[in-house]
Ligand binder design. Structure first.
Ligand SMILES: O=C(O)COP(=O)(O)O
Ligand SMILES: [Mg+2]
Length: 232
């Protein structure tokens, strides 16, 4: 596939939580709803930013470990997960907002002929609800949640399937993400990856091993151009 004029990558895939959208306020509220039910202390925004990245279930498990002791009984975790999903689904976009320049950047790439997609470890129904609430759903060729594929990130199949549904090709794709999960996924897929420094991760963005790090979406176009030149 030939690349659109002026654009080094024709398929640009974004992670959602902590990359395109700052969902921490609503994730914190939902997590604290569950922690309160479990008799635990609430977590703050900074803590939530370190719990997210491997899906809601793992975030709940990490939150329980952080606020006392791990919960290992599957039936209790199932119940907590159901409570989280119900609360979060009802309050999906009370405080979540796209990061600065995120939407503008997506629009610019699309205007230049790129395909854009979302590859997220959020469940599909929540992802779709959030994208609709933010009025962003029609800006992506494919939006692929964790339970829409046989194996989620860091399994590279999740990224490959997103690119396939976008109508793109792995050879001209790039992933933009915020966590170790995203970098591992891209590496396993053999696809370049750019990390954002404002997302949700325990490991600092510069230590994730991404091909480049951006501090603002306004830097993304230049970072992609540099990446393409260094790969050429
Ligand atoms: O829901 C999560 O834990 C992470 O979601 P993300 O893959 O969009 O960062
Ligand atoms: Mg993320």
């Amino acid at each position: 596939m030939s690349l659109p004029a002026g654009l080094p990558f024709s398929s640009i895939v974004f992670d959602l939580d902590g990359t395109l959208v700052d969902t921490a306020p609503d994730l914190a509220a939902a997590l604290n709803h569950v922690l309160d039910h479990a008799g635990r202390r609430p977590v703050d925004l900074q803590e939530v930013r370190q719990l997210v990245g491997r899906g809601a279930r793992v975030a709940i498990e990490r939150g329980l470990t952080l606020t006392g002791a791990p919960e290992e009984r599957p039936e209790i975790l199932d119940d907590y997960f159901a409570r989280f999903l119900a609360y979060y689904g009802d309050n999906i976009c009370a405080g979540s907002r796209p990061f600065p320049n995120a939407v503008e950047t997506v629009e610019t790439f699309r205007a230049q002929g790129a395909r854009t997609g979302i590859c997220t470890n959020k469940p599909q129904v929540l992802t779709d609800g959030l994208m609709r609430a933010l009025n962003l759903a029609d800006r992506f060729e494919a939006i692929v949640g964790a339970d829409s594929v046989p194996a989620r990130k860091p399994d590279p199949g999740h990224l490959f399937e997103t690119i396939r549904r976008m109508g793109g090709e792995p050879a001209s794709a790039v992933l933009i993400g915020d966590s170790e999960t995203d970098v591992k996924t891209a590496r396993a897929a053999g696809i370049p990856v750019i990390a954002v420094s404002f997302g949700y991760t325990v490991t600092p963005a510069h230590a994730l091993g991404a091909d480049a790090v951006i501090d603002d979406f306004a830097e993304l176009a230049d970072a992609l151009a540099r990446l393409a030149r260094s790969a050429a």
